[in-house]
Each structure stands twice: as C-alpha cells, then as structure tokens.
Design a protein around this ligand. Structure first.
Ligand code: AMP
Ligand code: MG
Length: 332
C-alpha cells in the first residue's frame, strides 16, 4: 500500500471524494464504515459499494444509493476463510471451493450460521448468505480497517453497467458515497461467479470471472446450471427467489381485523390489541428497510393468519419495500 501521507481528496463534479488509498484515508474509510456510511472500493472484479453488513440501516443506504427498485441479496466480503466460516455453514464442497479459489472472484452461497449479526436485509430475508474473499490489496486493507464484513454490490446505479474505475463510480453515484478509494482500473472487469452450495449439489447462479469448468475440476462433481434451459424444471434445492411469510398479507390496511397482526409505519397507527411492529415510528424509510425482514418474521411467528400492512410511501426506499411486500402478498 503506498503511504505517501499526502492523499489529497479530489472533489469531483458529482461531489464524491476520490482518495488515494494510504494509511490516513484507509483509517478514515474504516471509521466511516463503522459509522454506517458507504465507501466505494476496488476489487479484482469491479468496484464495490460497501457498507457494514452488520448494520441494517447502512445496508439500506446501499439500496437507496443504487436506486434499486427491489431488495435483491448482496454479497458479503470477508477478510479470511475463517471469518467466512463463522458466518456461513460450509459443506465439504464449499470448503474445497474456498480453499481453491479464495481470495478470488468466486462467491459461495451457504446457509447462515444461527445467531450471526449480519443484517437480514443483506440476504433479502433468505436463510442463505453469499460470501466472498476478494483478491485485492485495497479491498483487504478496507476490510482490516473496518473490522467488519462488508456488504457490497457493484458500485453503479441500478440498471447501469458495473463500475470499473473510480471516475466511473463518481459519475454514477456521486455524493451518495462518502469516499471512493481509487485503485485504478479493475483487473477482471467482470463480476464474480456465484455458486449455490447450500444443498447437496452445487449450482451455478451467475456465470462470472471463474469458469464452470475450473469449478468442476476442483469439486469433481457436476455444476448444475439452473438457468441454462428455462424449459427444464428447477432442480431440487434450488434457491427460492425471495422470502415470503407463511401468513397471508393484506396491503394498504387502514384498520386491523380479528386474527390479524399489524405491520405499521409512521407515527399515526390504529389503536389495536393485535400484535404489532412498527417499521419506523418516525416514518423513516431507511429505518423501515432495515427492519422489514425481521419484522415480517416476528409477526409471522405470532401465528396470525394474516399480516395487515399499513401503506408505505412509494418514494425513495419505499419503492423497494413495496416491491417486497407485493411479492410476499402474491398468491402462492
Ligand atoms: P451484485 O451484488 O450486483 O454483485 O450481485 C450479487 C449476486 O449474488 C446476484 O446475482 C445475487 O442474486 C447473488 N446472491 C447474493 N446473495 C445471494 C443469496 N443469499 N442467494 C442467492 N443468490 C445470492
Ligand atoms: Mg451489479
């Protein structure tokens, strides 16, 4: 790591601060992560938009910054294989993959260890977790400075191409990030390969920088390609695409009926004896997003037949919250 001691913040047109990674800027970036801010950083694949994976509101800010209209699960970046194993349950095959390809552009989806502090929002309420140990000195230095696992999707606005340079991140995300660590152009410029290792078989969820053949040569078992032929029925154990509670969901509820639990929002809520969780009593959508999946789970666990959901504003993160609620309410 260069330690010139004179990394000058470079204010860009868009207002983002691009900094040369050195001792001072890395300490500042680590502090910013622990304070719940977003830091863009280079990896060997593309630039990541990083937040403390244990802080739900910080993770919610990722979705707000990207303008994602839905909560899709994010990759959690870790410093070591040992750290990964404290967060996820590694099968023998998953262990072999980590040993062969980490650090490197392979993301391994495993089941969560019970009781880990990783925000529910990181995996969009799923019981699984996508983990990766990046092969990049600056990414590793940020992980060390933050001392936290980093949730980090690609550092671009939703629907735009992944950012492969600091200037690209600045142009796309601007002031939404508190700092961009400049590592020059990324090496692969292609996203990581994502493998589902939650079941007995391994499945390719996203092709990427590491080929399916390279993976098969290590595991000596076929890598199932769930997306290869849409006519073929989904293989057993294939990941559910989103979390949905067992209870029915009634959206835009203004009142609560017998047998219902209430998912409320904002300061003005109906007076009721029903089990109730307020996503954000102060009407804050970042707080609401951070609480969403845990709240759904807790209300579902009350055994209520239906969860009545108060209207959630449609702007900002409200779009992604409403998208999740609509999916959870869809007939199944
Ligand atoms: P990005 O955040 O843009 O790098 O994309 C992350 C990729 O990892 C997406 O293709 C996600 O669907 C996938 N992913 C992340 N977490 C999970 C998970 N828990 N289960 C399945 N796929 C995941
Ligand atoms: Mg992306």
């Amino acid at each position: 790591m260069p330690n010139s001691g004179d990394s000058k913040p470079l204010a860009t047109d868009a207002g983002a601060v691009i900094r040369t990674p050195d001792a001072a800027s890395l300490v500042a970036a680590g502090d910013a992560i622990r304070a719940g801010h977003l830091i863009a950083f280079p990896t060997e694949t593309v630039y990541g938009l990083g937040a403390d994976a244990t802080n739900g509101e910080a993770v919610a800010r990722i979705f707000a910054a990207k303008g994602r209209p839905s909560f899709n699960p994010l990759i959690v970046h870790v410093a070591t294989v040992a750290e990964a194993e404290t967060l996820g349950i590694f099968s023998e095959a998953a262990r072999r993959l980590a040993a062969a390809f980490w650090p490197g552009p392979l993301t391994i989806v495993v089941n969560r260890q019970p009781g880990i502090p990783i925000s529910d929002l990181v995996s969009a309420g799923l019981p699984s977790l996508a983990l990766r140990m990046p092969d990049h000195a600056i990414a590793q230095a940020l992980l060390a400075a933050a001392g936290r696992p980093l949730a980090a999707p690609s550092a671009n606005r939703s629907g735009h191409v992944s950012a492969t340079s600091a200037a690209h991140v600045a142009g796309d995300l601007g002031a939404a990030v508190s700092m961009i660590l400049d590592g020059g152009a990324t090496r692969h410029g292609l996203e990581s390969t994502v493998v589902d290792a939650t079941g007995d078989t391994l499945a390719l969820l996203r092709p990427g920088a590491i080929t399916a053949e390279a993976i098969e040569s290590v595991t000596r078992q076929p890598l199932i390609r769930p997306n290869a032929d849409p006519a073929v029925p989904a293989s057993p154990g294939q990941l559910q695409s989103h979390y949905a509670p067992a209870a029915r969901m009634r959206l835009d509820a203004e009142t609560v009926s017998d047998g219902e639990a209430l998912l409320s929002f904002g300061p003005d809520v109906p007076v009721t004896d029903a089990a109730q969780i307020n996503l954000s009593a102060r009407g804050d959508l970042v707080e609401a997003a951070a609480n969403l999946f845990a709240a759904l789970r807790a209300l579902d666990a009350t055994g209520a037949a239906t969860i009545a959901v108060m209207p959630i504003p449609a702007h900002g993160l409200g779009e992604a919250i409403n998208d999740r609620l609509k999916r959870a309410a869809a007939p199944r």
